[in-house]
Design a protein around this ligand. Structure first.
Ligand SMILES: NC(=O)c1ccc[n+]([C@@H]2O[C@H](COP(=O)([O-])OP(=O)(O)OC[C@H]3O[C@@H](n4cnc5c(N)ncnc54)[C@H](OP(=O)(O)O)[C@@H]3O)[C@@H](O)[C@H]2O)c1
Length: 251
């Protein structure tokens, strides 16, 4: 069965890399797709393509041309445009689609979280007095130029494509997963008072939340955008089962 399968794995997350390892280990054919946001994406054990498909029509054409049998959407929970396109293109092409999505983070005892729906909400949740803020938002920070009174710490994989319009900013370069000890040290070293984060979920990025709880820091948490209606699982093993493979045996 595996020889007939040709899975398109939409990636860009730790979970997608795990999924790629499991597909390769099980001998399931497939292609890993990156959007192309980072200069040197992690190598994958599957043939890899990089860049957008060109909307729904482009994706439909790709699925047909590459004879894709299944699509696994393991994109980031905030990458809703790609997820919407995948739902529409798979419906049009009659190709089965499954989303691999990590559960959202939940507030734990000791957390000081302010929940906001989007970036505008995060901007409004910042105090009026100047504060030291860790923007754990990757490159999506341009909007914070509207609040230039604060100091901003950024953590990026690559140098910003364009100069940042933030007057008081410092950038560290690192790629997750991160540790609680490392994030605690980072927050202390920069005297951070507030963290702005997206509710990405998963293990690789949650260290900053555990560190914030220990240090008693406020977290302005941007909630997830609504995903399109689709079948979702949270574990790589469930995707393998969907593909008709035993996760335990790997075949
Ligand atoms: N948003 C985040 O916070 C975040 C965080 C970590 C990682 N990522 C990863 O970064 C990528 C881009 O995120 P985004 O929020 O910019 O996505 P998005 O807004 O949902 O997607 C915008 C466009 O980028 C292209 N694209 C996105 N993911 C792709 C993939 N895996 N393969 C090929 N093309 C892709 C598609 O272009 P076309 O319409 O031309 O096909 C899509 O319409 C995603 O792969 C996501 O998993 C995102």
């Amino acid at each position: 069965m595996s020889r007939e399968q040709n899975v398109l794995l939409l990636g860009g997350t730790t979970e997608a890399s795990r999924m790629a390892n499991s597909l390769a280990a099980a001998g399931i054919g497939g292609v890993f797709s990156y959007a192309g946001r980072t200069a040197s994406p992690l190598p994958q054990p599957l043939p890899t393509r990089i860049g957008g498909f060109g909307g729904v029509a482009g994706l439909v054409g790709y699925l047909r041309a590459q004879k894709i049998s299944h699509v696994v959407d393991a994109t980031h929970p905030f990458a809703v445009q790609m997820s919407r396109n995948a739902v529409a293109a798979c419906a049009e092409s009659g190709i089965p689609l499954l989303a691999l999505e990590r559960p959202a983070w939940f507030r734990q005892p000791g957390d000081d979280w302010v929940l906001v729906p989007d970036e505008a909400g995060a901007l409004a949740a910042l105090p009026s007095a100047p504060a030291r803020v860790f923007l754990a938002l990757g490159q999506s920070v341009a909007g914070f130029a509207a609040r230039p009174e604060h100091f901003y710490l950024l953590r990026l994989v690559d140098a910003p494509a364009a100069p940042l319009a933030l007057p008081n900013v410092e950038t560290v370069f690192a790629r997750g997963p991160f540790t609680v000890a490392g994030d605690t040290e980072l927050l202390r070293r920069h005297n951070i008072e507030i963290i702005v984060a997206k509710n990405a979920g998963g293990e690789g990025a949650r260290a900053k939340l555990d560190a914030a709880r220990t240090l008693g820091l406020r977290v302005v948490m941007i909630e997830r955008p609504a995903p399109p209606a689709r079948a979702v699982v949270a574990a790589v093993e469930d995707v393998l089962a969907w593909l008709g493979h035993s996760a335990r045996l790997g075949v």
